[in-house]
Ligand binder design. Structure first.
Ligand SMILES: *Cc1c(COP(=O)(O)O)cnc(C)c1O
Length: 360
């Protein structure tokens, strides 16, 4: 059976080599006579897997020693509340910028805990851009500044890490490990695994140590206090051991590809090709201001929207899966994460050109 070209936004494609390794390990992990899923999280094997995964992620991202790396549950969505629960540290407001559907969700959740100052929004531009820095109305007394570096639904990616005077917090769910990020610029980074890290069910939080520890005074439940997890190596409760193991295999695979610098070159090439074809076609269009176009999520529309279902039908029968755009924006979206090979992007471009010839 042939594997399809999978452009799913999440849970997304995994590297074939990782799936094969997992298959090989499944019944009998390294001669132990049982699978990773069936081992105690306190066992030497699982602790080794967990520590190795953390070390490999630290190596890949160049995470300084002054940061804790947590492997949590509850998805990026739980972070929308854990962040204000932990980082307000006695302050009453936080700054957020609204650049899309995920920013909006983060803002809505934070409003349950504090006064949210929305410094700027691109909602009136249908989230096709990032508001100009000169328009941001920052509050110097904000506990932190939150932004969504890559908006998975709108396909909008910040062109650089913003400079602010308060701790910088970012949702990297759909762009972590796609290119280098200077971790030292951030107070906290979080990412659900199911886009660029591994399977759904595990969430990575990278947090500067000095920002932790203030949550307890707020009667925050232990499970929602970063310090609880930091103090117990993310094993305060039973972690999602199999997802952690698979994430570890992805980190090893990334190292073997040459790390995030090498991935950045490939990802830029993949994105440039696809946007180039869209812009050059006169049939397909992408609404995002070019400097903010995402390398990971490429939304596009057809010149004639009545052809959408025919496009998707033909794509499906040719092995191009999950190209339907998010229900809130319509059209199409190709998610071309690290694990989507360049050859899949080339094949998609070929298919799109053929479709244009036959229907354009
Ligand atoms: C997918 C996604 C989320 C939500 O992740 P869950 O794990 O489903 O909570 C949040 N932010 C961004 C940018 C995403 O892409």
């Amino acid at each position: 059976m042939a594997r399809v070209h999978n452009f799913c936004a999440g849970p997304a494609a995994l590297p074939e080599a990782v799936l094969k390794q997992a298959q090989e390990d499944l019944l009998d992990f390294q001669g132990h006579g049982l699978s990773v899923m069936e081992m105690s999280h306190r066992s030497k094997e699982i602790v080794t897997i967990a520590e190795q995964a953390e070390q490999d992620l630290r190596d890949l991202m160049g995470i300084p020693d002054t940061y804790k790396v947590l492997f949590l549950q509850g998805g990026a969505s739980s972070q929308f509340s854990m962040i204000p629960m932990n980082l307000l540290r006695g302050k009453t407001s936080a700054d957020y910028i609204n650049t899309g559907q995920w920013s909006k969700k983060a803002i809505k959740e934070a409003q349950r805990f504090c006064k949210v100052n929305v410094v700027a929004s691109s909602e009136e531009q249908s989230f096709s851009t990032v508001p100009a820095r000169s328009e941001w109305k920052l509050n110097s007394d904000a506990a932190y500044f939150h932004y969504t570096h890559n908006e998975t639904i709108g396909g909008v990616e910040f062109d650089k890490i913003p400079k602010v005077d308060v701790p910088l917090v970012t949702d990297l769910s759909s762009t972590i490990l796609s290119r280098p990020f200077d971790v030292s610029r951030f107070g906290l980074i979080y990412a659900g695994a199911q886009k660029n890290i591994g399977p759904a069910g595990i969430t990575v939080v990278i947090v500067r140590e000095d920002l932790m520890g203030a949550a307890a005074t707020n009667s925050v439940p232990s499970m929602f206090d970063y310090k609880t997890h930091a103090d117990s190596d993310s094993m305060y409760n039973t972690p999602p051991t199999f997802a952690w193991y698979l994430a570890g295999l992805v980190f090893k695979w990334l190292k073997a590809q040459g790390g995030v610098e090498a991935m950045a070159k490939i990802n830029q090439r993949k994105a440039d090709k696809l946007y180039g074809m869209i812009d050059g076609s006169g049939f397909y269009a992408n609404p995002v201001e070019p400097i903010y176009r995402s390398w990971m999520n490429v939304p596009f529309t057809l010149g004639d929207a009545s052809l959408d279902s025919e496009f998707l039908k033909q794509a499906d029968s040719n092995g191009f899966l999950n190209l339907k755009g998010h229900r809130s924006v319509g059209g199409m979206r190709a998610s071309i994460y690290n694990a989507v090979p360049e050859s899949s992007v080339d094949a998609l471009i070929g298919f799109m050109k053929d479709f244009e010839q036959n229907h354009g």
